[in-house]
Design a protein around this ligand. Structure first.
Ligand code: FAD
Ligand code: SF4
Ligand code: SF4
Length: 481
């Protein structure tokens, strides 16, 4: 057991070991190994216990990071778990998939000169350890309330809100069009970043806590939005963003050009043992193919690395800016490079070639120009720089927009922003419809799991304040702080 903190001057950073590249591309298991207890305790002791902890400030959940690091360093792992779980419904998930280099670890004060404390890995360790010790229990409300709340969407935003509302004693019903709980944590994010058992064990726990799941239930089709409002005292919309941004140009309708989420959902379902016609027919299977992925975000990284694991003949990633300006996490780019992905920076597609099926992408090189109004460098085509990339499968990973819920649900009074996200009062989380709240990507646009959890927790507090007038004053005071 480490007996004191501030060990960073003598103890180097040790991130969890990665599995050997050859082994990890042969399956869909997570690539990082678990921390053993002594290593987690030792790495925690590197923290300098800052009076103003920038790590916590830059964590969307404002986790009490120095506190749980100190408790871990002292071997008080049950207490570390309690502190960690107090601010985060799924710490083991955030520890795995948060882009820590941009959030907590990127802002750790010892980052410059000594490399940050391994915050994400310790957070993951604490809760994984708590699960093995049997410390993680289903939520147990102190009293049962008669009011019921309908949550639409079983992604991290909906689940975090559901757990917090159940904790307060409400009857919570979660509706999802999928057959499993987890949203993008189940069907978007691949197993090599987040193994599905991790999500499944949370699902079991939430059910044990009394949350009722209505799966294979699409709001707008299987149940109308009006019915849902009539059934419940309040409704939370946490439906995420799913409309894939498309790409135009000659040949863009050719067979063999697919949307990223279709590709990833098929792969995740296959891994879960489902029958997936699109995969079994070969359309969504990269095996033996020359794959070109278009985009530079985390979804693109997931597509290239999934293609490698499916046995693609080659995998290239086409992105119109350079490495330094890509939106994806640097850690993920490094992982992809190690696994054999070829990045074609500063390149954009112009056309897709082929007769009955795509066989190549015609691309052009770009250069970075002057910064635009947002401060981001514009991109310009380099004249005469065309080239062809062989491609049997092209995956479009250009981001997502919200589905038009007001039109889909016949609810013209449900106000949206100019980006199509739901308009909410940012203090109350209430939409333009009374008693209807919203949280997660459907409010923020495509974002992160940790932000969806934060929004879900905050929305739960506001719904409680809406339903229990006595709670309103304290919620308002908290918001004013
Ligand atoms: P979602 O997770 O999208 O959940 C919404 C749920 O609502 C879904 O289950 C959906 O089926 C359901 N739903 C939608 N409409 C209806 C309806 N009409 N009726 C019933 N149910 C409905 N974030 C990270 O932090 N780290 C990562 O590494 C990361 N990787 C990602 C990789 C990919 C490929 C993608 C696409 C996203 C990734 N993200 C990552 C982003 C993250 O997954 C999302 O920000 C987060 O899941 C949003 O949570 P949410 O609860 O708002 O929505
Ligand atoms: Fe870091 Fe994410 Fe954990 Fe916050 S939730 S401490 S940002 S890994
Ligand atoms: Fe510890 Fe780094 Fe946070 Fe400071 S910023 S409290 S050193 S983890």
């Amino acid at each position: 057991m480490a007996d004191r903190m501030l060990q960073f001057t003598t103890m180097p950073q040790h991130q969890p070991d990665k599995r050997d590249t050859a082994a990890r591309v042969a399956d869909f298991d997570e690539i990082y190994r678990d921390f053993a207890v002594p290593l987690a305790e030792a790495q925690s002791s590197r923290c300098s216990q800052c009076g103003v902890p920038f790590c916590s400030i830059h964590c969307p959940l404002n986790n009490n990071i120095p506190d749980w690091l100190k408790l871990t360093a002292e071997g008080r792992l049950d207490e570390a778990y309690e502190v960690s779980a107090a601010t985060n419904n799924f710490p083991e998930i955030c520890g795995r998939i948060c882009p820590q280099d941009r959030l907590c670890e990127g802002n750790c004060v010892i980052e410059r000169g000594f490399e940050s404390v391994t915050i994400g890995a310790v957070e993951r360790f604490i809760t994984d350890h708590a699960f093995t010790q049997g410390w993680v229990k289903p939520v147990a409300p102190r009293q049962e309330l008669s009011q019921s709340i309908g949550v639409v969407g079983a992604g991290p935003g909906g689940l975090a809100a559901a757990e917090e509302l159940r904790r307060r004693g409400y009857q919570v019903h979660v509706y999802d069009r999928h057959d499993r709980v987890g949203g993008l944590m189940m069907y978007g994010i691949p197993g090599f970043k987040l193994e599905k058992d991790i999500v499944l064990r949370r699902w079991r726990l939430l059910e044990q806590g009394g949350i009722v799941f209505h799966l294979n239930t699409e709001v707008g089709t299987d149940v109308t939005f009006a019915e849902l409002r009539a059934r419940h005292d309040a409704v939370l919309l946490a439906t995420g963003v799913y409309q894939a941004r498309d790409i135009g140009g000659p040949g863009s309708g050719l067979p063999g050009i697919v949307a990223s989420l279709d590709f990833l959902i098929a792969s995740n379902r296959k891994g879960l043992g489902d029958e997936v016609p699109g995969f079994d027919s070969g359309l969504l299977d990269a095996a033996g193919k020359h794959v070109v992925v278009i985009g530079g975000g985390d979804t693109a990284m997931d597509c290239v690395r999934t293609s490698i694991r499916q046995g693609a003949a080659s995998v290239s990633c086409l992105y119109r800016r350079d490495r330094a300006n890509m939106p994806g996490s640097f850690r993920e780019v490094t992982n992809a490079e190690e696994e054999g992905v070829r990045f074609v920076w500063l390149s954009a597609p112009e056309a897709f070639l082929g007769d009955n099926h795509v066989n190549a992408v015609r691309a052009v090189h770009m250069r970075l120009g002057l910064p635009d109004a947002s401060g981001r460098q514009s991109v310009e085509v380099v004249d005469g720089s065309h080239f062809n990339l062989q491609a049997d499968l092209v995956i479009k990973a250009l981001g997502f927009d919200p589905e038009p819920l007001p039109q889909l649900w016949g609810q013209e009074a449900l106000a949206v922003t100019r980006w199509g996200t739901l308009k909410v009062n940012h203090t109350s989380f209430e939409t333009s419809l009374p008693g209807v709240f919203a949280a997660g990507d459907i409010v923020r646009g495509a974002s992160l799991v940790v932000w969806a959890i934060r929004d879900g927790r905050d929305a739960a507090a506001r719904i409680h304040a809406y339903l229990q007038p006595s709670a309103r004053t304290s919620a308002m005071l908290a918001a004013a702080e």
